[in-house]
Write a protein that binds this ligand. Structure first.
Ligand code: ATP
Length: 279
């Protein structure tokens, strides 16, 4: 579990990015962390892994304080940064050097993931293309079997088949003890994969809800006319009618559209807050 209690963080002491942020992230879930450019997604992940520290409040990852960066903590968490860095080593040399830091590392799975992601295992890592380097890091991170896996824009640079493979791999490694958080702008890549959504904007938590909760509270559909009295979070004129995201007044089933949800929540945060605080 990741617990943020009244967390405040700022790159400068004069200006805080996050102020009194409260958030509980549960085991056994895949979270999509969404936000506009500069919203604070990477900053939040870096606080969780302990490379940035809260100025006030507390942050616990499975009961441990990330800031301390104790080996017992570091072996339980893996953070894939947006810009991956790989040294001039072969895959085997990299594994020999870094896998020992992760007691649960599984070498067989590592080569299976590399094979499934079609990463060549010959030659030096720094000679791979950007997308191949990214896939190598994803395979390594998954093979580490850490309880917490944080990924910043993992599908950026991946080709279309690799994105599908990535989704399959994530689903296959998930279990009840694990937390996976994926920060991305490529929200279509997350569809049907995540079970919780966190949306941040300008250091504020706009939404933290499960996909089931969203499906219960919101309805996504295309209409020829917006029904009178409907509480519309988002609307967009399409070729055939208007796509709307509105409060689910009945018990209507609809397919979640992450892009429309994101636009609705960021354009209309007050209404989103009202709709989701009616528990
Ligand atoms: N090292 C830094 N020093 C000062 N300000 C920073 C630093 N890194 C990020 N910021 C600022 O903090 C804010 C949040 O940045 P962050 O990288 O967390 O956003 P993000 O949501 O990950 O953005 P993006 O989607 O563009 O990657 C931005 O205003 C950014 O300019």
């Amino acid at each position: 579990m990741i617990q943020l209690n009244n967390l405040s963080f700022g790159y400068s002491s004069k200006k805080l990015l996050y102020k009194d942020l409260n958030l509980n992230i549960q085991d056994g879930s895949i979270y999509g962390l969404l936000g506009k450019n500069g919203a604070g997604k990477s900053t939040l992940l870096k606080n969780m892994v302990g490379t940035l520290f809260p100025v006030e409040g507390s942050l616990l990852v499975n009961g441990m304080v990330p800031k301390s960066r104790k080996p017992s903590f570091l072996q339980t968490i893996y953070y894939i940064a947006e810009d991956v860095y790989v040294p001039a080593l072969t895959i085997k040399q990299y594994q020999n050097l870094f896998a020992p830091f992760y007691p649960m590392f599984d070498g067989n799975s590592f080569y299976k993931y590399l094979n499934e992601l079609e990463v060549s295992i010959d030659g030096k890592l720094n000679k791979l293309s950007f997308g191949q380097q990214k896939k190598f890091v994803i395979a390594f991170a998954l093979a580490c079997n850490t309880r917490v896996l944080l990924m910043d824009e993992p599908t950026n640079g991946l080709d279309i088949p690799s994105k599908a493979q990535f989704r399959k791999l994530i689903a296959s490694v998930m279990n009840d003890d694990r937390i996976i958080i994926i920060s991305t702008h490529q929200i279509r890549d997350l569809e049907n994969m995540i079970d919780n959504i966190i949306i941040v904007d300008d250091g504020t938590l706009l939404l933290h809800a499960s996909v089931a909760d969203i499906a219960e509270k919101l309805c996504f559909k295309t209409v020829s006319e917006i029904p009178p009295g409907a509480r519309v979070l988002y609307s967009e004129k399409m070729l055939r009618g208007t796509a709307v995201v509105m409060e689910n007044a009945g018990e209507e089933d609809s397919a979640l559209n992450l892009e429309q949800l994101f636009n609705g929540v960021t354009e209309n945060p007050a209404m989103a807050k009202q709709i989701f605080s009616t528990n």
